[in-house]
Design a protein around this ligand. Sequence first.
Ligand SMILES: CC(C)(COP(=O)(O)OP(=O)(O)OC[C@H]1O[C@@H](n2cnc3c(N)ncnc32)[C@H](O)[C@@H]1OP(=O)(O)O)[C@@H](O)C(=O)NCCC(=O)NCCS
Length: 253
Amino acid sequence: MIKEILPSSVVAVDTFDDIPHAMLFPEEEVVIERSVEKRRKEFITARACARRALGLLGRPPAPILPGPRGEPRWPMGVVGSITHCAGYRGVVLGESTGVVTIGIDAEPDEELPFGVLEAIALPAELAQVDRLRAAHPEVCWDRLLFCAKEAVYKAWFPLTNRWLSFENALVTLDPAGTFSARLLVPGAMVEGQVLKSFTGRWLARRGLLATAIVRAAGRRPGHLQEATQWSAPSKSAANRTADSGDRSRTTSL
Ligand SMILES: CC(C)(COP(=O)(O)OP(=O)(O)OC[C@H]1O[C@@H](n2cnc3c(N)ncnc32)[C@H](O)[C@@H]1OP(=O)(O)O)[C@@H](O)C(=O)NCCC(=O)NCCS
């Protein structure tokens, strides 16, 4: 599913089902030895997806362990991101020579629990969600805002090793299937430039929302768009059918 919003510079593997008996490395087993069944399933399935994605990059299987802040630690030269929610698990990977960072997130296309939107949204984002709800009621915009912010954090953290609060990025959602995030804290230096923003894509499909940020290496100074070329979205992402072709090396388990 997520391949629809990815550039060809990355690989992706996702699944709507669990793979409960997929092999774990012993050091991965240690990570979840005391975990509840739900966590075991998402962790194991995500590792199976990650191994398949590494294979798409031509790399051997490797353990994917969490770092001190939960971030996935990829083999040298690989950047990537993991997401799992009820009914979906996905992994997107790229080579660090071509991709600086990746952040993906998936969420059920359902309204956030009472009070959560107010906790995660800036005033301008609240107003935006109101406007989008009125104009495009088929998408849960509050949840999409949350989903975009989670992707921002997952893209931000590997670059900075720093926490980023929900109020530290101003997200603008475009019904055509893109979003941008302006960072409201001093950013990291990335390739000699101050990191000021991310851009990403989103889609609504099968009762799920997915967001993806893929920041390409080699951006020109001051260039605000991602260097990786995406085809310009022409229809509402919520209504678009899977007609965008296989632009990335992707597979579903
Ligand atoms: C870490 C966080 C983003 C995970 O998102 P989530 O929707 O709860 O869970 P998901 O299933 O989508 O993602 C889980 C995966 O995120 C990855 N992840 C966890 N911490 C991470 C970090 N610091 N950096 C990058 N990726 C991280 C892991 O790979 C994890 O999967 P794994 O444990 O199987 O390896 C979320 O729990 C969180 O802490 N959010 C607060 C920070 C934030 O979003 N700020 C908004 C800035 S605008």
